[in-house]
Write a protein that binds this ligand. Structure first.
Ligand code: SF4
Length: 338
């Protein structure tokens, strides 16, 4: 029985249904994070190879109206470096599921220009935001990102809260001997600023391929470190990648994404599209489906929809980090999008 005979949503052979689409709108970024991009940057894609907003909106409408996608996250590179991003957000915010429900639109950003964009993006229909921030120390921030922009990012986080984006989450990639001594500082930061800290286990997606298991600070270690100072209670877990913990004193919550030590691929509901229109069924996918060619060569929505359904039907069980058969994706994080 092929996927075409299955009704509706994007189901794979493991019975998982894709409902969340990550769309990278650019491979360009104004930062040069050491684990993501070499100092000199990478060979960025030529303008005409990047999908236009109209092309992204057409594919997004197909995903939402015909293929069961209920939430869209915009990523990069750094999405805010692409001009007129609120225009795209408003095009996507106008979409409705077959049941007439609005689509949740979120954004992953390095926050450096959020102070300027937060209100405009919220007015365009953005609902929530994740800001990537790996250190609260200006010198260390500079060492990690190769940019002296910590103050801009902190101002961006505050602006997102003021603009009413909710929740505002701060993504922290915890790396041994790099920033694990700031775990409690980040917890305090989140409690004081009313934002949710999301600690992410370090994954082998670094541009220079130097990732090792020893560098991974485990989810358990992070929870124990914080819990020893601020008692925590676990929150029931849904399909979202993070395990969530609320503070017993009511001062908010944290999340931990245990991609390496406790993979959650069995509940995965995510698929991705790169800035040049390549469809990925997994963050670690080693093959992809080109949507740009059929899109620009007269294919109907139904034809493109069938290609996507078949790709998801063949989705593998999950990443194989730490296993002998693990294969690093050829793309770095800036070319996939979070
Ligand atoms: S590694 Fe792939 S399958 Fe596993 S949760 Fe992430 S995207 Fe889903």
């Amino acid at each position: 029985m092929s996927q075409k005979q299955l009704p509706g949503p994007l189901v794979d052979t493991f019975g998982r249904t894709a409902r969340d689409l990550r769309i990278s709108v650019t491979d360009r970024c104004n930062f040069r994070c050491v684990y993501c991009m070499p100092e000199e940057g990478i060979q960025f894609l030529p303008r005409d190879e990047i999908l236009s907003y109209e092309e992204i909106a057409r594919l997004a409408r197909l995903f939402v109206e015909d293929l069961g996608i209920e939430s869209i996250r915009l990523t990069g590179g750094e999405p805010t470096v692409r001009r007129d991003l609120p225009t795209l957000v408003s095009m996507l915010a106008a979409l409705r599921t077959p049941a007439g429900a609005p689509v949740e639109i979120s954004l992953t950003t390095n926050g450096s220009s959020l102070a300027r964009h937060a209100g405009l993006l919220r007015d365009a229909g953005l609902t929530r935001v994740n800001v990537s921030l790996d250190s609260l120390r200006a010198d260390r921030f500079l060492a990690i990102t190769r940019r002296d922009a910590l103050a801009d990012v902190l101002a961006g986080i505050d602006a997102a809260v003021v603009a009413g984006l909710d929740p505002v989450k701060v993504n922290v990639v915890a790396v041994r001997h790099k920033n694990e001594d700031e775990i409690v500082d980040f917890a305090v930061f989140g409690r004081e600023r009313g934002v949710q800290i999301r600690f992410i286990e370090y994954m082998p997606l670094d541009a220079d391929g130097t990732w090792t298991l020893e560098q991974v600070v485990s989810a358990d270690e992070i929870v124990d470190t914080i819990g020893s100072i601020f008692p925590l209670e676990e929150v029931a877990h849904g399909a979202e990648p993070a395990t969530r913990w609320r503070y017993s004193d009511g001062a908010g919550e944290i999340g931990v994404i245990p991609s390496v030590t406790k993979p959650f691929c069995g509940d995965c509901d995510r698929v991705r599209m790169t800035a040049e229109g390549q469809f990925l069924t997994c963050l670690f996918a080693v093959d992809d489906l080109d949507l740009r060619h059929p899109l620009r060569h007269g294919a109907s929505d139904a034809d493109i929809g069938d290609l996507i359904k078949d790709a998801v039907f063949g989705k593998w069980s999950g990443h194989r980090i730490g296993r002998v058969d693990f294969v690093r994706p050829t793309r770095s994080m800036s070319q996939i999008g979070g």
